[in-house]
Design a protein around this ligand. Structure first.
Ligand code: NAD
Length: 455
């Protein structure tokens, strides 16, 4: 079996040969990736069901279809994205060719997390291929079935010279990170991101960090509470709350909370029946360790559980849970929950809600539910977050036109659609000069005069 170093060397040699650069090669690989997804959809869905008991609909919507859409969008637009963009010129460069050229970076490393085990590897890979790079993929070892399937399928469909999957956990990833890459694209926790940055610093490797955090959902002013509760419940309990963009907690007034809790209860019952454990549409917690972490967090909380709170460890089932009367210092408010627990924090005014958000790290997504556009605009203008969506959750990340990524502690860089292509491209500023206009050119040579050149 090849060592990590041999794989890296092999891919580097392929990159240096220039094989990944032509449009036709990139398109062929993207089409092969599309075939991989189309030919193997049942196996892919089965693997994600094994890993997370992912309901088929959720897996198709948020993993397979999401990357298929991104692939089709990229295939249709790649030729135009690869064209140089010409820039404005001045008198001194009037007859020159001045343009930005998108060039591949080289060999890139893509490290994925377990919660969307297909999407978090394939979506960055689309841009890495489109931009003409070679890539090493390191799926999460925690979502084992999907990791194994990807490592079996990728070499069957994509050029083995240019793309490889390396399996393993923290130790294997640390070893991998001792090597030089031209870009590291990491999705995962803030804690591990720090060691990724340290490893990248050795070679000054640029990184994209797709991290998490606590995404607030501010519900304020007039709105249809029933519809609001349905959208909130869907976004929060999709993938059992194990989404980086799941609403982590709700901020609302006491009156709103009193109306919201029964509406949430009703929505939950409508979606998952009286016992979510029996519902085929409700997934499971990824591992025993995460189950214990969530139950421990709930146990430490001083809030009052008004919905759910129970679970079955042997099944890694945790009931959709809503908790109220929490203080800011509550255990549930100290870290990203990443599970099916929804705390509701009460506020007295919109200002208080905005300053609650602004006192914390910048979130990956920020949600505002309100029928009053002035409220939505005020929150949009007075806060900062990776992405923003009003009156819904998660759906903003399905549009390839919108950059997806964090800001501050929720990450750096972005991707999806053209943004992934840009992430994996170097924008080379080029000026192709001729020998004309020497009289103007001469003006810059010493001995200098007081004249202004006006570049
Ligand atoms: P994680 O950081 O534990 O693991 C992610 C990857 O890092 C895995 O491939 C793992 O093998 C590797 N890894 C783990 N420990 C490592 C170490 N010490 N050194 C090097 N590599 C290591 O994250 P996770 O638990 O898999 O994912 C959960 C986090 O990811 C949450 O915070 C969530 O919000 C975030 N997330 C963000 C996005 C996004 O797009 N922004 C998407 C999904 C998840």
């Amino acid at each position: 079996m090849e060592s990590q170093k041999q794989v890296i060397e092999r891919l580097r040699t392929a990159f240096r040969s220039g094989v990944t650069t032509p449009l036709q090669f990139r398109l062929k690989q993207l089409e092969a990736l599309l075939s991989l997804l189309e030919d193997n959809e049942p196996q892919i869905l089965e693997a994600m069901h094994k890993d997370l008991a992912k309901p088929k609909f959720e897996a198709v919507l948020s993993e397979v279809d999401l990357v298929v859409n991104d692939l089709c969008h990229t295939i249709s637009n790649l030729h135009s994205w690869m064209q140089p963009s010409y820039v404005g010129k001045n008198l001194a460069t009037k007859f020159d060719d001045c343009f930005v050229r998108r060039e591949p970076l080289g060999l890139v490393l893509i490290i994925g997390a377990w919660n969307y085990p297909l999407q978090l590897i394939v979506a960055p890979l689309i841009g890495a291929i489109a931009a003409g790079n070679c890539a090493i993929l390191k799926p999460s070892e925690i979502s084992k079935a999907t990791e194994q399937l990807l490592s079996a399928l990728i070499p069957k469909y994509l050029s083995q010279e240019c793309y490889a999957v390396i399996c393993g956990g923290a130790e294997e990833t640390k070893l991998l990170l001792e090597n030089r890459f031209d870009h590291i694209f990491y999705t995962g926790s803030q804690a591990v991101a720090r060691s990724i940055l340290q490893a990248a610093a050795v070679y000054l490797t640029p990184v994209t960090l797709e991290l998490g955090g606590k995404c607030p959902c501010l519900i304020y002013g007039r709105l249809d509470i029933k519809a609001g509760a349905k959208r909130l419940v869907w976004a929060k309990f999709f993938n059992v709350g194990q989404s980086c963009v799941a609403p982590d907690y709700v901020l609302c007034t006491t009156e709103m909370r009193d109306a919201l809790v029964p509406a949430i209860r009703e929505a939950l019952e409508e979606f998952y029946g009286p016992q979510a454990q029996q519902s085929p549409d409700y997934g499971r917690i990824i591992t025993d360790r995460h189950y214990d972490r969530l139950m421990e967090l709930l146990g430490k909380s001083e809030g009052k559980v008004v919905i759910g709170g129970d679970g079955a460890k042997e099944d890694r089932y945790m009931a959709p849970t809503v908790i109220v009367d929490l203080k800011e210092s509550d255990a549930l408010m100290q870290e990203e929950i990443f599970g099916p627990i929804l705390p509701i924090i009460t506020i007295e005014s919109l200002d208080q809600g905005i300053s609650f958000i602004n006192q914390r790290e910048k979130p990956l997504a920020l949600y505002v539910f309100s029928d009053e556009s002035q409220i939505v605009t005020t929150v949009l203008e007075r806060t900062s977050s990776g992405g923003f969506c009003s009156n819904d959750g998660i759906v903003h990340m399905t549009l390839p036109g919108l950059p997806f990524g964090g800001v501050g502690a929720s990450g750096m860089g972005s991707y999806h659609g053209r943004w992934t292509f840009e992430t994996f491209s170097h924008r080379r500023g080029c000026m192709l000069r001729g020998w004309g206009l020497e009289r103007i050119s001469m003006l810059r040579y010493p001995p200098y005069s007081e004249r202004r050149l006006g570049w």
